[in-house]
Design a protein around this ligand. Structure first.
Ligand code: SF4
Length: 486
């Protein structure tokens, strides 16, 4: 991802996407399609590892960049042979984006080869890593996924499943992973089920992937979500389920519903699009103000704006148009040109906005940089009043569970009250959905403060998984690697 994209894209960022398939003659091709559908979860790098039972070998290709660029070559695809394969889209939440960090990782154990791709973040990875290095482990990457591989190696015996189960008992964090062995594809979801993972079927083949949209693209059917703390093994005998962790109450990431997941995906049988519409409707019930138009900030604000407009009976209009063809290799070297970044991506639809009182609907405000520019643009297009409504509560805390977020001091809502944020962004009024309103929109009677139904730590500061590395940060050098590959 280029500097320009990061600079004008003021969102929390998706973590990674995973896809695995067992029992299909064109396994790797289906992984390419699945990763293509999951491209929104990570655009910095991607990789596929397949296993061919006929030649008894694993085959791999990893590359920086998008799936279409990395896997568009027919002769390359011909090398990714086999009936089982896993793939990974990477957005670098830990470890720099260099090829040695690109997943799936591969390791050779005495019990056979093992490849793994991981979505999420291990909150005790650095602590475990330091201990493993002291025991003699030589790390090849700065990715926390490699910790899992070394824990498996250090166990010194047992089947791959035994080793993996043992390793997963030692790690803490929010994760969904897919792994490939010589005779299986394995999926694991963290005990609280913070990150998504679903099981699907295509004829005799079985699939594990981050979101249902990746099943749709290959014509597969959704079977069920992998349960929190479940290990699912796909092999020639079908699907096997293991539950090695003590059961805990689920704390799925509520931000997946608000922004991360694709709106055409369903999570826990709930349509993401419908959830966003319901959140928009609740937002209108909580904080509607009289105006002429409801305008989404595209694309992520669209479903919530539809729900908002339906609820308050105002026209929904595309008052801001997004240019979908902004090149991802567009690099702007100067501050002056970089300042124009948001205009490359969004433009005001002047004929709709002129002389109107406008309600802008967006999913979140992180630093406020994009919001400020969009409000200026809407005012410059002649809007009389500009009000902003946000379909998440104020993001006051960073995420440590696999989402790329700025530090807390960079979060606008951490530093300013809602009224001060309204002044800073330049709107006539600003309102966020309340945390109870968000839970109501999700079908609950409100947030259960003793056992919250979701992870909402970036809004509440209530972190459901202990932040071991953060607590240990003052006790050791956080530096992960001495080797810099720019
Ligand atoms: S802290 Fe926020 S973004 Fe991170 S897992 Fe929890 S709800 Fe999702």
């Amino acid at each position: 991802m280029t500097y320009t994209q990061r600079a004008d894209d003021d969102h929390f960022h998706d973590e990674c996407g995973v896809f695995g398939i067992f029992g299909h003659g064109e396994a790797a091709t289906h992984v390419v399609l699945g990763l293509h559908a999951l491209q929104h979860r990570g655009q910095e790098a991607c990789g596929i590892v397949s296993y061919d039972a006929d030649d008894g070998r694993f085959h791999a290709h990893r590359a920086l960049g998008h799936v279409g660029d990395a896997f568009g070559d027919e002769s390359l695809m011909a090398t990714l042979k086999g009936q089982a394969a896993i793939g990974h889209n990477r957005y670098a939440t830990t470890g720099a984006t260099v090829l040695r960090n690109v997943q799936p990782l591969f390791a050779e154990f005495d019990c056979g080869g093992f490849s793994v791709g991981h979505n999420g973040n291990l909150t005790n990875a650095s602590t475990l890593r330091r201990s493993l290095v002291k025991q003699g482990c030589l790390f090849q990457s700065t990715s926390d996924t490699e910790v899992i591989v070394h824990l498996m190696a250090m166990r010194g015996g047992g089947s791959v499943i035994d080793r993996l189960t043992d390793a997963m008992r030692q790690v803490e964090g929010a994760y969904s992973l897919v792994a490939l062995t010589e005779d299986s594809v394995i999926g694991v979801r963290d005990p609280l089920g913070v990150r998504p993972l679903v099981l699907g079927q295509l004829g005799d083949a079985w699939i594990l992937c981050s979101e249902t949209c990746a099943l749709d693209i290959i014509g597969a059917t959704w079977v069920r979500d992998v349960e929190p703390g479940e290990i699912v093994v796909l092999d020639r005998n079908g699907v096997h389920s293991l539950k090695p962790f003590a059961p805990q109450r689920q704390r799925f990431c509520v931000f997946e519903y608000i922004y991360f997941a694709r709106p055409d995906s369903s999570i826990a049988s709930r349509s993401v699009y419908q959830a966003r519409r319901m959140i928009g409707a609740e937002l209108a019930r909580e904080s509607h103000i009289d105006a002429d138009l409801v305008v989404p900030i595209p694309d992520s604000g669209v479903p919530a704006a539809i729900g908002y407009a339906e609820e308050c009976g105002l026209p929904f209009e595309l008052g801001i148009i997004r240019n979908h063809y902004v090149g991802r290799t567009f690099i702007e070297p100067t501050d002056q040109i970089r300042h124009l970044g948001v205009r490359l991506k969004h433009n005001a639809n002047r004929t709709l906005l002129e002389g109107k009182n406008v309600i802008l609907v967006d999913d979140s405000i992180v630093r406020g940089t994009t919001s400020r520019k969009i409000v200026q643009m809407v005012r410059a297009a002649g809007a009389r009043e500009v009000h902003m409504r946000i379909s998440s509560p104020p993001t006051t805390n960073p995420c440590f569970y696999g989402i790329d977020t700025p530090s807390q001091r960079e979060l606008l809502a951490h530093n300013l009250s809602v009224d001060a944020m309204a002044d800073d962004i330049g709107v006539d009024s600003l309102a966020f959905i309340t945390i109870d309103g968000l839970y109501r929109a999700m079908g609950e009677s409100g947030r259960d403060s003793s056992f919250p139904q979701y992870c909402d730590a970036c809004f509440s500061g209530d972190y459901p998984i202990s932040l071991v590395d953060l607590a240990n940060a003052d006790k050791a050098d956080p530096q992960l690697s001495l080797l810099w590959e720019g």
